[in-house]
Design a binder for this molecule. Structure first.
Ligand code: BGC
Length: 745
């Protein structure tokens, strides 16, 4: 065939397949989106804004909803969630390829702390304060999930949370906006990698926009009543950090804020996110949250709900079907302009182009790659390191830990010792074809570590819940035969998570009673607390010999716990959230205002309880190490800073103990007198440093105007002249060094 005939044939082919024609052009993403949109009918456009969940159970797909399949084939669906694995995603993508324009589907999934390799729950990871480690954890999750056909994770959850009754605290990074922002950016970077379209990258999603962590009474899905200042100062910064880190998508939230549901909130989505922050990605609703505006009482029916959400800037409707059922009508009625729909469609198509799905809709459906990445031997090693870094040492009386590997007999007791799946936490992913028994239980971890040299005894003692103490005798019997007891207690993994609010956050059941009888044997007892939130455990805190807060550590839980118990890893994590002494203290957080009658006022009636201290059990930023650190030699290169200037801060940190270790050095500031009262301290920087025994290092920080700024009464971001206290601490209460400097005009 000669060249002319070839070209003619190609032209005929392109003419017959308009989508191919659109794609064939070497154009910018914008132009390519334009060329596709020109071909789309209004119905196909609305289809792009529609997202369905796959019909899926733990053991695999059950019934295929034929109507969903038909809609995909008709180009009425833009995205699917809960559709995992290359086989399944390929199956759905093939259905999409039968549609007129062959616009590929986007596959979303809650890959919150790992895909096949489960990492520690995000709250646990956040206690590492180790941004590189969290980036890597998200990177591995993206590598595995993208190999399993997933294009998009509904993570990171960046909601600030100060109420441990709220079960979803486990998904976030704790209470502090500064730490939360750094972690938000680190996780976005990890999930998205260098750029969307790289084979092991997936889109991240900053959720839940916004203020979901402040639900009243810690009750999930409840209302939020919040001042504008609190919203701007505390709850929005991690979202802004995610946007600045280039997050591809946002998810709005179930709650209302001051009466306006977040899903239909144009102040949040249009003015702040897409306006002030210039966000170019798209916003997906939370599950059914468009339709839920009817229950909220802010929309009369689904028609009004669809109107409210699309007008407010919610681009994609997850599972409520309001867009699918009513957007066309809203356009026909002249209530919603086609331009508004086009804007949402454009945002979604852009991402599909960036991911490379128009070039190859099956790009992420490579079964061989899936097998390779799911069985990558490096991943469990990285999960173990992350788990090591997430364990918080809360107490270590008489330096009981680390235990000697030559200990003769250890009794390992408790309802969580041999548990397997419990270690995964709430948001683990059921990966098709993967057996969860590869998780290293706490028992297996101990056996791996010292099984050859130490006699290991086991008793369950009791269940997580309930009042049955019939197992106590056996537990006491083996405790008496041992040199040391390790007791593993806590919550069930599904006691913290979505719709898992608790009014009582004590350690459930008779688990603390079990500790009592074990301590009565006179043996030293190390307690491992497994939980998704700060629990209240005053008896344990006051009486156990040593305590490790182990959260839910994921696939490698057992190995990581054993690493710390026997000193192969020196714990370095510090709490990213305040631990109360009692539910009555909630909400409790370190960066509170001083009030006119602080408790430090002595005898004057002050802002205390008459029946309880106002201080937490364990404060934000707290965590022990097997070694000790001395802070000295604080230097500021000047004690006055101008609006454009900087102060260089330096100090020396020395490892004064016997073990190599890592310390998280925290920098707090207080604006001593401002036009509005400022918190007693705000975290503004931190450094995590590694020191060998006896080693010293100089730590440096820089203070500029940005670190001194806040929202004034008119909600303008300003730094006001005046004095600031600088505090360098090993926790928010353990301030080791301080100084005062002045901001001058
Ligand atoms: C949760 C979201 C999640 C979505 C999809 C909702 O119930 O609030 O965080 O991404 O379900 O699973």
């Amino acid at each position: 065939m000669n060249a002319k005939i070839n070209t003619a044939l190609l032209l005929i082919l392109l003419f017959l397949n308009p989508i191919l024609f659109a794609q064939s052009q070497q154009k910018t993403v914008d132009q390519r989106v334009d060329s596709v949109m020109r071909l789309m009918t209004p119905e196909e456009k609305i289809g792009q804004l529609n997202q369905y969940s796959d019909d899926w159970t733990a053991t695999g797909p059950v019934t295929v909803d034929n109507d969903k399949t038909r809609q995909v084939r008709n180009g009425q669906v833009g995205s699917m969630l809960n559709c995992k694995g290359t086989d399944r995603t390929r199956w759905w993508q093939e259905a999409a390829m039968k549609s007129r324009l062959k616009i590929p589907l986007l596959f979303g999934q809650d890959v919150v702390h790992g895909y096949k390799t489960t990492f520690p729950i995000p709250l646990a990871e956040s206690c590492s304060w180790d941004l590189d480690a969290m980036t890597l954890s998200a990177r591995i999750a993206a590598t595995e999930a993208s190999a399993g056909g997933i294009h998009w994770t509904f993570a990171p959850m960046v909601d600030i949370a100060r109420d441990p009754r709220w079960g979803r605290m486990m998904e976030g990074a704790g209470e502090d906006p500064y730490l939360g922002s750094m972690i938000a950016a680190a996780r976005v970077k990890g999930f998205q990698g260098n750029k969307l379209g790289d084979i092991n990258s997936m889109m991240a999603c900053a959720k839940h926009f916004a203020a979901y962590g402040a639900v009243i009474g810690g009750r999930d899905y409840n209302s939020v009543d919040m001042s504008e200042r609190l919203l701007l100062e505390v709850y929005l910064p991690p979202f802004k950090a995610a946007a600045e880190a280039g997050v591809a998508t946002f998810m709005n939230s179930f709650n209302d804020i001051n009466g306006v549901p977040a899903t239909g909130n144009s102040y949040l989505q249009r003015d702040i996110l897409k306006g002030q922050w210039g966000f170019k990605g798209f916003v997906v609703s939370d599950w059914g949250s468009v339709g839920e505006m009817v229950s909220h009482g802010s929309a009369k029916n689904d028609y009004e709900a669809a109107f409210s959400a699309i007008t407010a800037g919610c681009d994609m409707d997850m599972e409520s079907r309001c867009y699918k059922n009513y957007l066309a009508q809203l356009v026909a009625d002249g209530k919603v302009s086609m331009a508004l729909i086009d804007d949402a469609v454009r945002r979604i198509l852009e991402k599909k182009f960036e991911l490379g799905l128009f070039d190859d809709p099956f790009k992420y459906c490579d079964a061989e790659r899936e097998q390779k990445e799911l069985n990558n031997p490096e991943h469990p090693k990285i999960a173990r390191e992350m788990a090591d870094r997430s364990i918080v040492l809360l107490k270590n009386q008489n330096n009981l830990l680390p235990l000697s590997k030559n200990t003769k007999t250890i009794a390992f007791i408790g309802p969580l010792v041999k548990a397997v799946k419990q270690n995964k936490g709430f948001w683990d992913v059921e990966v098709p074809g993967v057996d969860s028994s590869y998780i290293v239980s706490q028992w297996a971890g101990l056996v791996n570590k010292v099984g050859a040299t130490t006699k290991l005894l086991y008793a369950k003692g009791c269940e997580i819940e309930g009042s049955d103490k019939s197992g106590f005798d056996e537990a006491v019997r083996i405790a008496k035969q041992s040199d040391v007891v390790i007791l593993s207690i806590g919550e069930r993994r599904d006691m913290s998570g979505e719709a898992r609010s608790r009014s009582n956050i004590d350690i459930p059941g008779v688990q603390e009673d079990l500790l009592k009888v074990l301590l009565a044997t006179g043996k030293p007892v190390v307690v491992l607390i497994n939980a998704g939130r700060p629990l209240v455990f005053n008896y344990t805190a006051d009486n156990a010999t040593a305590i490790l807060y182990t959260w839910w550590l994921g696939s490698e839980a057992g190995n990581a716990i054993a690493d710390v118990l026997f000193g192969d890893f020196n714990p370095s994590a510090k709490l990213s959230v305040t631990f109360p002494q009692s539910v009555g203290q909630i909400p409790i957080y370190y960066s509170h205002l001083n009030t006119g009658r602080p408790v430090t006022n002595g005898d004057v009636p002050n802002t205390s309880y008459i029946d309880l201290s106002i201080y937490p059990k364990f404060e934000f930023g707290f965590g022990l190490s097997f070694t000790t650190f001395k802070y000295s030699d604080l230097k500021l290169n000047k004690n006055k800073i101008s609006n454009t200037g900087e102060i260089e801060v330096s100090l020396t940190v020395s490892n004064t103990g016997k073990y190599a270790g890592e310390e998280i050095v925290q920098l707090y500031l207080r604006d001593l007198a401002g036009s509005i009262s400022r918190p007693v301290k705000d975290l503004k920087d931190f450094a995590k440093i590694a020191l060998n025994a006896g080693e010293s290092k100089i730590v440096r920080f820089t203070i500029d105007k940005e670190k001194l700024s806040f929202y004034n009464q008119k909600l303008q971001w300003v730094a006001e002249p005046g004095e600031f206290e600088l505090m360098i601490g090993a926790s928010s209460s353990d301030i080791r060094l301080n100084s005062v400097f002045e901001l001058v005009n």
